[in-house]
Design a protein around this ligand. Structure first.
Ligand SMILES: NC(=O)c1ccc[n+]([C@@H]2O[C@H](COP(=O)([O-])OP(=O)(O)OC[C@H]3O[C@@H](n4cnc5c(N)ncnc54)[C@H](O)[C@@H]3O)[C@@H](O)[C@H]2O)c1
Ligand SMILES: [Zn+2]
Length: 375
């Protein structure tokens, strides 16, 4: 058996943001979650105006930290409870959406740490609308929310279908002003979601469908979307791709790239997309034989022709994306040295939930070699 869980409605394309007026027409109090970087980019003005014109009283929660700890999320939960809204609109990247998703299922007395221990306590009582401003995590499509557990120095996913949103709005204009380096690393995160889910042991016909469409869009648009500020068409294509890749996660599961990048974020605070961009090529080369047929299927689905070796073409294409977008791939830049290897290997191998999805088994020695490639 395999399952495909999705948000109830997804609005995409030109002026998709206008859907806010329809969605919120019968709601009185809306809590808007976002962060200061997004506010500064100026992309909050239009959605707030649309909500106010729809007759909503809007409360702003704009201090959502990037990649927050569970305790930081709890502080936001306390503030949100004082607002008492009947709808939540998250306008932001994965960090903002994940925090908003947790608030939406914590209206009672439970805490974020309670959910870490038992996600079945999650109960959603408000309407939720996700408006991603990075393309991206695909958090708008998944039942997951990821928090840093400080005492374990590890990022942990809380998973509950209660966190699947009522509506998602994919509007390329929301990516306007996204700094180039963030567009690049978040775009490669979406690429990782798609390629890992397609090559995952947990892949299903549903996740394959979403992953392939994501890969087609990413391969065709990622450079323009990141390097040309005015190319809203490419940015819109990347938003759709990130959403599809998020659906692929919801239907399948990521593999060794995400597993081994978790400690890079949890202990060394390397941003999620950058950590995945670092691990992408070492893991893909490591997986090459085990995933050879998958890579060939991707090549065929892309409609490419003439390559001497189809699988190598796909590998090279991914490598060229990371290079052209100039994402830092050396962990030394973040102060990591050979002295950190033992810790990284132990922490990485703990993420068996994802490592178990990898077609080639990753041993201690393999993990050590993979991390060594970052130094
Ligand atoms: N829930 C899921 O399924 C899922 C999946 C993957 C990753 N994640 C999590 O998502 C988080 C990362 O999210 P992210 O990569 O989207 O980054 P982010 O949300 O942390 O944002 C990064 C930075 O980009 C800025 N920014 C975002 N949109 C902008 C815009 N349009 N203009 C200007 N600045 C903008 C923000 O202000 C912030 O400083 C991590 O915590 C990761 O673990 C969640
Ligand atoms: Zn990711």
């Amino acid at each position: 058996m395999f399952v495909c869980q999705t948000p109830r409605a997804v609005y995409a394309g030109e002026n998709a943001l206008n859907a806010l007026s329809i969605l919120l027409a019968s709601y009185q109090k809306v809590a808007v979650f976002s962060d200061r970087g997004i506010e500064k980019a100026g992309v909050l003005l239009k959605p707030i105006e649309l909500m106010q014109n729809a007759g909503c009283e809007v409360s702003l929660l704009l201090d959502i930290p990037s990649e927050p700890t569970c305790d930081q999320v709890q502080e936001v939960v306390e503030r949100y409870r004082l607002v008492g809204a009947d709808a939540i609109v998250a306008i932001g990247g994965g960090s903002v959406m994940d925090v908003a998703k947790l608030c939406s299922v914590l209206s009672g007395e439970h805490t974020v740490r309670d959910l870490l221990a038992d996600a079945s306590l999650a109960r959603r009582t408000v309407l939720t609308v996700m408006v991603p401003t990075t393309a991206g995590t695909g958090a708008e499509a998944t039942p997951n929310s990821i928090v840093l557990v400080p005492e374990e120095e590890l990022k942990v996913g809380i998973v509950s279908s209660q966190m699947l949103p009522d509506a998602v709005i994919l509007d390329g204009e929301m990516l306007h002003g996204l700094p180039r380096h963030i567009a690049a690393s978040t775009g490669v995160d979406a690429l990782c979601h798609a390629i890992e889910c397609f090559t995952s042991k947990k892949a299903t016909p549903f996740s394959d469908l979403f992953a392939i469409e994501a890969l087609k869009l990413i391969f065709a648009n990622i450079e323009s979307a990141c390097l040309d500020e005015e190319d809203i068409q490419a940015k819109s294509a990347m938003l759709l791709a990130a959403y599809y890749a998020g659906e692929a996660i919801a239907c399948s599961g990521t593999t060794a790239v995400h597993a081994l990048s978790y400690p890079l974020g949890g202990k060394y605070h390397i941003p999620h997309g950058v950590a995945n961009a670092m691990m992408l090529m070492p893991v893909m080369r490591f997986n090459f034989e085990a995933c050879h047929d998958d890579f060939e299927r991707i090549y065929d689905a892309l409609g490419e022709a003439g390559a001497a070796d189809k699988a190598t073409w796909v590998l090279d294409r991914m490598e060229s994306i990371v290079k052209i977008l100039d994402i830092p791939t050396k962990a030394t830049r973040y102060g990591i040295s050979v002295d950190d290897l033992d810790l990284l290997v132990t922490a990485g191998l703990n993420v068996q939930r994802l490592l178990g999805n990898n077609k080639r088994t990753v041993t201690d020695e393999d993990a050590r070699k993979l991390y060594l490639e970052l130094l």
